[in-house]
Design a protein around this ligand. Structure first.
Ligand code: KG4
Ligand code: ZN
Length: 338
């Protein structure tokens, strides 16, 4: 093969992922092994369990990706790996795996920032040109990025406390709904009345693009406790109405901040990524805001919104084209701001 082909490895949270991607943006294979079931009993990701599972599964994920793509390591141009930010045990497992492959197969190694992987996804899926805006909303992140180049990101705003996915997960826990909370809350919300309860829209009264979601969660907790005190328990309609009110508050906050971000940065495209971007009512709230600003609204397919190896392979290719190479001293970093 003359074309660039990269192996991408991702293990920064609870998904063990490997993918093979070409320089033209063709995804030859993308394997994601989710650990959701391993952490289900703990109400959140347990770092030690995650690290051990990554160590056990990384080689298998890589082998499976190569087999699915019908290639071998000899066909690769390089290996890209998430070197941070994330849960350090998992990031280390990925970096060690990638170093072993790079050294063994004599391939260049490229360390990738996980957030850059998400932020560059619109270029992989739709060949979007710079500059563009990215709203990254997941269980661990919430930020507006202005993307001007493969290594040129400006964080123009973000949450000052919880990420929205984390807030969805906590609300689900409060209401005894299954984890991950986002999809459960969305399903309940679809059957509820968003106007029965009045939840706050935090920070909308302040200028700028910063957001806050922890107050929203506390307000939902108070409402739940008040309902339990008044009625002796929660009815199904209460749960549904609370979910609907919560989702509509999150959607309102994201929509208004997106409107402001586009007004201050009139770029042709706004893209979303992260697990929360799977939420149909949030997507539905953002699309007209983009339309109004004359920008294209881009939501990558769900499998590329959530954590995956393809975005890491692609970000590696972009960095590689910039001449970036890492040595065997590449460090795993728990924190790594863009
Ligand atoms: O991007 P992701 O897979 O992992 C990271 O956090 O990096 O995002 C997972 C988060 C979880 O908090 C989950 O509850 C949330 O995304 N999520 C959703 C939906 N699907 C997943 N939140 C709202 N609505 C959804 N449909
Ligand atoms: Zn992520």
């Amino acid at each position: 093969m003359n074309e660039i082909v990269f192996l991408g490895i991702e293990s920064s949270c609870d998904d063990t992922a490997a993918a093979i991607v070409t320089g033209e943006g063709r995804i030859l294979a993308s394997v994601v092994s989710s650990q959701t079931a391993l952490h289900a009993d703990f109400g959140g990701v347990v770092p030690e369990i995650a690290a051990r599972a990554h160590a056990e599964r990384l080689d298998l994920a890589v082998e499976e990706a190569l087999a699915k793509a019908g290639v071998t390591l000899a066909d690769m141009t390089g290996v890209a790996v998430t070197a941070g930010p994330g849960l350090i045990g998992g990031v280390m497992a990925g970096v060690m795996c990638a170093k072993g492959i790079a050294a063994g197969a004599g391939l260049p190694l490229v360390g990738v920032n996980h957030l850059a992987g998400h932020a560059l996804t619109p270029r992989l899926t739709d060949g979007v040109e710079y500059p563009y805006l990215m709203l990254l909303v997941s269980g661990g992140h919430c930020q507006f990025l202005r993307v001007d180049g493969p290594e040129d990101f400006t964080r123009i705003g973000g949450t000052i406390d919880d990420a929205p996915g984390e807030a969805f997960d906590k609300l689900a826990k409060l209401l005894a709904l299954p984890q991950p909370g986002g999809p459960s809350v969305e399903a309940e919300a679809a059957l509820g009345d968003p106007d029965r309860f009045d939840l706050p829209r935090p920070l909308l009264d302040r200028p700028g693009f910063d957001m806050s979601f922890s107050g929203l969660k506390t307000a939902a907790l108070r409402l739940r406790d008040q309902l339990i005190a008044e009625q002796g328990g929660l009815r199904q309609t209460d749960r549904r109405d609370l979910c609907a009110a919560f989702q509509s508050a999150v959607a309102d906050v994201l929509a208004e901040k997106t409107r402001r971000a586009l007004a201050a940065h009139p770029v042709p495209v706004i893209a979303v990524a992260g697990g929360v971007a799977a939420n149909q009512s949030i997507r539905g709230a953002l699309e007209p805001i983009a339309d109004e600003a004359g920008a294209r609204f881009l939501a990558p397919p769900l499998s590329l919104c959530t954590d995956n190896g393809a975005m890491i392979a692609w970000a590696g290719i972009e960095r590689f084209r910039q001449g970036h190479r890492d040595g065997m001293d590449l460090q795993a970093r728990p924190r790594w701001p863009l």
